[in-house]
Design a protein. Structure first.
Length: 355
């Protein structure tokens, strides 16, 4: 059978896309043009996408210094140090992003991810380190060096084992914010290039998290949202974007109202939101409890939702327990935590059983 020219072009275009994507996954970032080479116009400088707040920058720098430019296996030394320090392992998501940035710069996507490395299974798996922060950082850095990834995000995450693709797609959401100059609406539109809706929603999550929590050193004027109205982007969002937006809106509130957890509860529960929107907002607030309590005494989070209806408490504890699990706290430890609750033990245990 003879193919029409248009069909041939489609096949060729698809092949080139796949080949090109495979190529940039296997290669390291291209070195910057030396400043003294005036014969070549230098590339646009890459933006600083550091995530780590000042209090953890010394720890981050020490860990990054352990990466040997000539030995991808040095990643495992970093992984082992983080895994041996429980307090750090439970509160290192931003640090993990920055380590992922550096690992991509040194080794490229596939070597930084380590999934094909025989040493991978001998250490705490990198996909679990810092609640996925390391993986997210790799994807973010790739986006800066290879903006054409937007044309084929599914091919990128196809390189990641099935069990961890959700985290990869979340990282793509962060990455799209960088390639789209932090314009959330454009990044959300690019997320819609992803084939399956469940993966698209993970991408939405990364976009909103980057909007509300990313660019840690930036002034409030560059956030892209009104610090007096952190829920406004979510209220204005499309219906299928709202849940993921409300999930991360509490991060924005706490960024500008530091440690005001009671105020965050009121913002979620008393702003006239629909039941669904309020519950996603409270679930997102629950996620922040890992940072608040450094992974210890999570039963103390109960005080913040005292007096709320059961369904809102349940949403809050879904966030608390879900992120604790993602951060490496065992089911047995969380069962013991639920037993320490003063009034909400039954709700906590019910949420844990449902996971």
């Amino acid at each position: 059978m003879k193919l029409k020219p248009s069909v041939c072009l489609i096949f060729v275009g698809a092949a080139l896309t796949i080949f090109g994507t495979a190529l940039f996954l296997q290669t390291k970032p291209v070195a910057q043009v030396p400043k003294n080479d005036e014969s070549v116009i230098p590339a646009k400088p890459l933006p600083d996408i550091s995530k780590t707040l000042p209090a953890q920058q010394a720890v981050r720098d020490k860990l990054i210094a352990m990466l040997d430019p000539h030995d991808p296996n040095s990643i495992f030394k970093v992984v082992d140090v983080i895994g041996a320090d429980k307090a750090l392992a439970l509160n290192c998501h931003d640090v993990g992003h920055d380590i992922g940035h550096k690992a991509y710069e040194l080794y490229g996507f596939l070597d930084a991810m380590t999934f094909n490395n025989p040493e991978h299974l001998k250490h705490t798996l990198v996909e679990y380190i810092c609640a996925g922060g390391y993986m997210h950082g790799i994807v973010e850095e790739l986006a800066l060096h290879e903006p054409k990834f937007k044309a084929a995000p599914d091919i990128l995450c196809a390189q990641v084992p099935d069990a961890h693709r959700e985290s990869c797609y979340h990282g793509i959401g962060h990455a799209l914010m960088f390639s789209d100059d932090r314009h959330a609406e454009a990044a959300l539109t690019d997320c819609r290039n992803i084939q399956h809706s469940k993966d698209m929603y993970r991408c939405f999550e990364g976009v909103w998290m980057e909007l509300f929590w990313g660019n840690a050193q930036a002034p409030a004027s560059s956030f892209g949202w009104d610090i007096q109205k952190p829920l406004a982007p979510c209220i204005a969002a499309k219906d299928d974007e709202k849940p993921t937006c409300f999930l991360y809106a509490p991060f924005g509130y706490l960024r500008t109202h530091v440690k005001d957890y009671p105020g965050a509860v009121q913002t979620c529960a008393r702003s006239g939101l629909s039941n669904s929107d309020a519950q996603f907002c409270l679930k997102g607030l629950g996620i922040t409890m890992m940072s608040k309590f450094k992974g210890q005494h999570l039963e103390s989070s109960e005080m913040y939702v005292d007096g709320l209806p059961t369904e809102q408490k349940r949403a809050f504890y879904e966030g608390v327990l879900g992120y604790a699990t993602l951060s490496g706290i065992s089911n047995d430890e969380l069962t013991a935590t639920c037993a320490l609750f003063k009034t909400d033990s039954a709700i906590c245990e019910s949420v844990l059983r449902a996971r």
